[in-house]
Design a protein around this ligand. Structure first.
Ligand code: GCW
Length: 719
């Protein structure tokens, strides 16, 4: 027994060098192998110099210590005196000018408050490498970018680089409850340990901040939008303050979700009416108190009159009156009020697709300047593929932000590899035709088309207590991609995938091209085996895990039948003028094109059209056959990913290889389950044989319908 233990122990030791559990995320600095890069890094790491003092510089110093150890196996050198003996200069432009007595030639002011410049500087006969920002946080972003260039072996000391974010607020939204469950969370529990705060600081908080700062994420909302008013009590403010203090050096501001009925729940008032003087006073005092703990508090995020959340409608007030109440309380402190446009009510007898526009368009121009309306990327709900939300372009005098969902509620949760950058890219590139003929969603939310100054990209976090943070090891790529796209919505999915893969798996080009291929094909694969050709909202009831095209009962707009409308004649939701006319909410150019089933991109076909089973698609095949072919193609792509991954066994550390291998096997069986059950179900209406080219869907429809998943994670709390 003793011998066995020794063997097991030494086995673990000998493999510990290889074991990768994913905790390091993309900040997995490895020993530099390239000899010339190594000697260059060795030289630069020997002499860092900060031109000023700031807690952010302490954060940088810590990052250089971590990376120096991992890149080079030694501590970096920091010098505080002999400038001529230093190698890398860091500071703000102002600090540099003061110390050097130079008026900097570099015009980096144009880079704005978060931008950076890095490159060689000649001074008194010697060349230094400098990383400069307008604020310390710009320097931090520059340092992370520099470290990335070393990690990905692209660093060239002779080259200058400057960059700045296109979006002002790059924000994670946690849907974390105070009891640490996470709504739509598939990676364990909330990383915010409210019970042990403010006394205990989990080291994860710092690693979380590092990861976000490395991407330029500069705002986080800590709590679920299905909010608990208790977060606004003094006790919780003290806890939130600790997190805000930890995040501040990393350039991250804390936001909290505000429950609209908080004046009643924690303020002992009888009403939450936004025009009531007592309510106005409550929010003012609460907000002042919040700023006494967190002087740079970001503001509130609010979900109101949506899915049972309280809001101004209870008092016959509109969304602007509700939002402005909180915005006014925040304004004296420079705070921002983010109000969600994800609304749909029981009372409104209209296609759910139309609700947000019906409620918000008439309020255009009525929101305060410090309000941002946060709009989901599509009008229904984070479906595997959605046409962009028609509010983009429709509201011209209101700040609009976009909300993406990083957590994969409808995209395989934590059992499937689905890289979301291509989906977000598709939305961001979509032409809105408003306010200008060439406008895109990206241009609206980054202000270049809309002219708005207060810009926001928010992503619903996929982070939890799992050791690898995101449940599925490959889901880290989605956190990464979100941060990169929020920084620059014009980046391509290919660029982002390539960066992430190199940072996460190393420099082997053969391995990387295979992983890139898996990532880049994964979203289309999932759309195909889940909801192809514009089908939507046909997943399992409540937990949203797996297929459920047969779901009926309860609220019509929570059932699958409401959305696919399959009958003996055909399938799809008619949103043209002959149906709900949701298309009328888009720009006329788009409404015209998409009203024609022959012109609309086929990926949105059944989103907007109810068509006969024999309707002919561009391929010349019938709609029924194309549905079958798409489902089948999805399954085949999933199997291909599985094969590609298997071929990498000898190239990837065993721990991550095996983790992903097992999950891909689940993904393939889930893809087959989606295909078989959906096709068997739709066949009961279409009454046609399956196309010959596809594998015959197997299984028993009644069996699929009977499946239940009481342990599926992430279900919303029942109020
Ligand atoms: O996607 C739906 C989710 C809910 C979520 C809601 C929202 C936070 O199923 O769990 O609630 O959207 O975005 O508010």
């Amino acid at each position: 027994m003793k011998n066995l233990l020794i063997i097991v122990f030494s086995f673990c030791l000998s493999f510990s060098g290889f074991a990768k559990d994913g905790y390091e995320l993309w900040l997995d600095y490895r020993p530099i192998e390239n000899a010339s890069l190594k000697s260059e890094a060795d030289r630069l790491f020997s002499g860092f110099y900060f031109f000023g003092e700031s807690p952010t510089y302490e954060a940088i110093r810590k990052e250089l210590e971590i990376s120096g150890q991992k890149f080079l196996g030694k501590d970096p050198g920091f010098s505080s005196e002999r400038l001529s003996q230093t190698q890398v200069w860091m500071g703000t432009q102002e600090e540099l000018s003061q110390v050097l007595g130079l008026d900097q030639q570099m015009q980096i002011r144009a880079l704005g408050e978060d931008g950076y410049w890095r490159g060689p500087i000649d001074f008194q006969g010697k060349t230094y490498y400098a990383i400069i920002g307008n604020r310390p946080v710009g320097v931090l972003y520059g340092v992370f970018d520099w470290l990335k260039s070393i990690q990905t072996e692209t660093f060239d000391p002779k080259l200058e680089k400057s960059d700045s974010p296109k979006v002002k607020l790059r924000m994670l939204n946690h849907w974390d409850n105070l009891d640490r469950t996470v709504e739509r969370g598939y990676a364990g529990f909330s990383i915010w340990d409210w019970h042990k705060l403010p006394g205990y600081i989990d080291p994860r908080y710092i690693d979380y901040a590092r990861a976000n700062a490395s991407l330029g994420i500069n705002a986080v909302s800590l709590t679920n939008v299905n909010a608990n008013a208790r977060i606004l009590t003094t006790d919780f403010m003290k806890k939130a303050k600790v997190l805000a203090d930890i995040f501040r050096p990393y350039g991250i501001r804390v936001f909290l979700t505000a429950r609209f009925s908080a004046p009643i729940e924690i303020g002992k008032l009888k009403t939450a009416d936004p025009l009531d003087p007592g309510v106005i006073d409550f929010w003012k005092k609460k907000t002042d108190e919040m700023y006494s703990f967190i002087p740079d508090f970001g503001g509130f995020l609010v979900k109101a009159n949506s899915e049972g959340q309280p809001g101004p409608h209870e008092y016959q007030r509109n969304h602007a009156e509700g939002a402005n109440l909180l915005a006014d309380a925040l304004a004296p402190h420079g705070g921002i009020l983010i109000w969600r446009a994800f609304v749909y009510s029981h009372e409104l007898d209209e296609d759910r697709h139309k609700h947000a526009n019906l409620e918000f368009e008439p309020l255009d121009g009525k929101f305060r300047d410090n309000v941002i309306i946060q709009v989901k990327n599509g009008a229904i709900d984070f479906m595997p593929r959605e046409p962009f939300h028609p509010l983009f372009g429709a509201m011209k005098n209101t700040n609009l932000g976009i909300e993406f969902q990083i957590t994969q509620e409808y995209l395989g949760q934590a059992t499937q590899l689905v890289f979301l950058a291509p989906m977000w890219e598709e939305v961001l590139r979509s032409k809105t035709y408003r306010p200008n003929p060439s406008s895109t969603v990206a241009g609206i939310i980054d202000g270049s088309d809309s002219g708005q100054k207060l810009t926001l990209m928010a992503g619903v976090s996929n982070i939890g207590t799992d050791r690898n943070w995101t449940g599925h090891p490959m889901a880290q790529s989605n956190w990464y991609a979100f941060g990169r796209q929020a920084w620059n919505p014009d980046l391509t999915s290919e660029e982002i995938a390539a960066e992430w893969v190199k940072m996460t798996f190393g420099q082997n080009p053969g391995v990387n091209s295979k992983i890139n291929e898996m990532l880049l094909s994964s979203h289309e694969a999932a759309v195909n085996y889940m909801m192809p050709l514009g089908l939507h909202h046909i997943m399992g009831w409540d937990h949203h895990y797996g297929p459920g095209p047969w779901v009926t009962g309860g609220r019509p707009d929570w059932t699958a039948l409401y959305y696919h409308q399959a009958d003996s004649l055909g399938i799809g939701f008619d949103r043209t003028a002959s149906g709900s006319n949701a298309l009328g909410q888009y720009a006329p150019e788009l409404a015209k094109e998409w009203s024609d089933p022959k012109l609309i991109p086929e990926q949105y076909l059944l989103w907007f059209h109810h068509l006969p089973w024999d309707f002919e698609l561009k391929s010349g095949r019938t709609l029924w056959d194309e549905i079958g072919l798409h489902y089948d193609a999805g399954v085949k792509s999933a199997r291909k990913m599985q094969e590609t991954w298997s071929s990498l066994e000898s190239e990837i550390d065993p721990q991550r290889f095996d983790h992903v291998r097992q999950l891909l096997a689940i993904q393939v069986s889930e893809a087959e389950w989606w295909r078989n059950s959906c096709l068997l179900y739709f066949q009961t209406f279409a009454k046609r044989p399956f196309p010959k080219e596809i594998e015959k869907p197997e299984g028993d429809l009644e069996y699929f319908k009977s499946l239940s998943f009481p342990t599926a994670p992430g279900i919303r709390p029942r109020w």
